[in-house]
Structure formats: C-alpha cells, structure tokens
Ligand binder design. Structure first.
Ligand code: ATP
Ligand code: MG
Length: 243
C-alpha cells in the first residue's frame, strides 16, 4: 500500500472517490474513461501547475471578474472531484453555478445539485429547455443560466458543446489536461491543469488581482501561446524522461 505522503497517493484516493460516485450514478461510465485520459496527460505535464497554466488561471479570474453574466457549468466528474472548490470559486467570483450534463437524466441532475449544495454552492436550478444547438441531452440548458451567459467556465467539457457555446458568441474558459482535445483547441481560454489544482488558483486570483492586473491579463490573453506552451512542456518532459 502506497503511503499518504507519496505523490501518487492523491490520485489513488481520487480514483476510489470517482469509482464510488460512478456506482451511485453521479459519475457516468464515460466519465471514468475521461478521467483516465486526464490522468495520462497529467503524468505528461508532471502533475503540477505549470507557469503557463498559472497564467491561464489568472486570466480566467480576470475574465470571470469582468463578465456581465458568468456561469460555471458543472458535470458529474467535476461535482465528484471538486464541489467544495466550485463553491469557493462561486463566492470569490459571483458566478452562477449550473449543472449541465452530457449524459442527462433528471435524477442525475438532482443528485449533482445536492452534492454541490452540500459543499456550500448556491446552485441555479429551475426549468431546463433544449436551447443549445446540439442533438440529444447535451442541448439542455436554462434560459437565465448558461443560455444567457457571456462567459462560461466549463471544467472537463466535451468538444461539441464547447464549439456550440463559442458558436453562440460566448467566451468559453475550459479546464482540460489534454491540450490536443477539441475543447482545448476551440475554447477562448484553455487551462491545461488538473481541475482540483486549477479551481483554487482561479479563486485565489479573483481575490488578489488588482484592476490593472486584470486589464493587462485580458489585453495580452493568447490561447494559441498557452496551448503551445503546454505542448512544449510535455515535449520537454518526454525528451528527458530517461535522464
Ligand atoms: P474532446 O471532446 O474535447 O475532443 P475527448 O472526447 O477526448 O475531448 P471528453 O470526454 O469529451 O474528452 O472531455 C473530457 C476532457 O477532460 C478530456 O480531454 C480529459 O483529458 C479531461 N480531463 C479529465 N479529467 C480531468 C481532470 N481531473 N482535470 C482536468 N482535465 C481532465
Ligand atoms: Mg468528447
């Protein structure tokens, strides 16, 4: 058995938590495979917040703080991994928290809303409609929630929905460990970091950034640069993997 101070311990505890949440139906089976893809990329960036990811997290805070109607979209994996972190970011940023699921049932929505509320989030619920230009369950959203948002933070989003939100004229902030995914490539701003590391960094930046910092970050935001830095980081680690 691996000891609690070993760097791998945290990811083992996380896997157990996700498996337990999958058994209860909070996390979809597809969510487990998505987590595995994320873990693989986390190895490749060294399981730490890189300098470019920190820059992206600060830029995300600047975007949320200056938004007219910011919304944090929460799915099963995010609720299982980071409900408390979502509640804290909501307090710091004033964003609306809304549950939006790829594999949607009313029962799953209710379970996830309950987990978020228990963690201290003020969850925006109410009547959902098929408002996004997507087929099936992914189209469901609330008119006063994600549908009217100017900025949406989507931790662990699917590529189709990310593209649809950008197509609707929204600014999309994605948290995605895979810099090559369609989500990462289409988002306005991509944070290539693990969700439980990324959210507290955004929260911290919401509290710490001055108005001048925010203006500077927004004026110099460049997602192509952030993605190329993440890929450079991975390439460097692979090149020196056996040193
Ligand atoms: P896309 O649809 O964007 O091309 P995909 O189909 O490979 O990507 P999805 O299941 O749609 O993957 O989206 C989940 C994304 O979330 C994956 O890219 C995965 O790397 C990432 N991911 C999974 N777990 C985490 C985590 N804990 N932190 C950050 N990112 C994660
Ligand atoms: Mg996908």
């Amino acid at each position: 058995m691996i000891s609690p101070d070993h760097p791998r311990y945290r990811s083992l505890v996380t896997r157990e938590r996700l498996a337990a949440c999958a058994k209860k139906g909070v996390v979809a089976m597809e969510g487990l495979t998505a987590h595995g893809r994320g873990e693989a990329f986390d190895y490749l960036i060294g399981e730490r917040t890189t300098e470019s990811a920190r820059r992206a997290e600060e830029t995300a805070a600047a975007m949320l703080m200056t938004a007219r109607h910011p919304v944090i979209s929460v799915n099963g994996n995010t609720a299982a991994l980071a409900s408390r972190e979502i509640a804290e970011l909501q307090k710091a940023s004033g964003a609306l928290v809304e549950v939006n699921l790829f594999h949607r049932t009313e029962e799953r929505v209710a379970m996830i809303e309950k987990i978020l509320a228990a963690a201290g989030a003020d969850v925006f619920s109410g009547e959902a409609e098929r408002l996004l230009p997507l087929s099936h369950d992914r189209a469901w959203s609330r008119r006063e929630g994600m549908f009217s948002a100017d900025i949406v933070l989507v931790p662990l989003e699917d590529g189709d929905r990310c593209e649809a939100l950008v197509g609707m004229g929204k600014q999309v902030i994605a948290i995605d460990l895979n810099p090559l995914s369609r989500t990462a490539q289409h988002a306005t701003l991509t944070i290539v970091d693990e969700v439980t590391r990324a959210l507290p960094e955004i929260t911290r930046a919401c509290a710490e950034l001055s108005a001048e910092d925010r203006t500077r970050l927004l004026a110099t935001s460049d997602n192509h640069y952030l993605l190329s830095e993440a890929i450079r980081e991975i390439t460097m680690r692979l090149a020196h993997a056996l040193d």
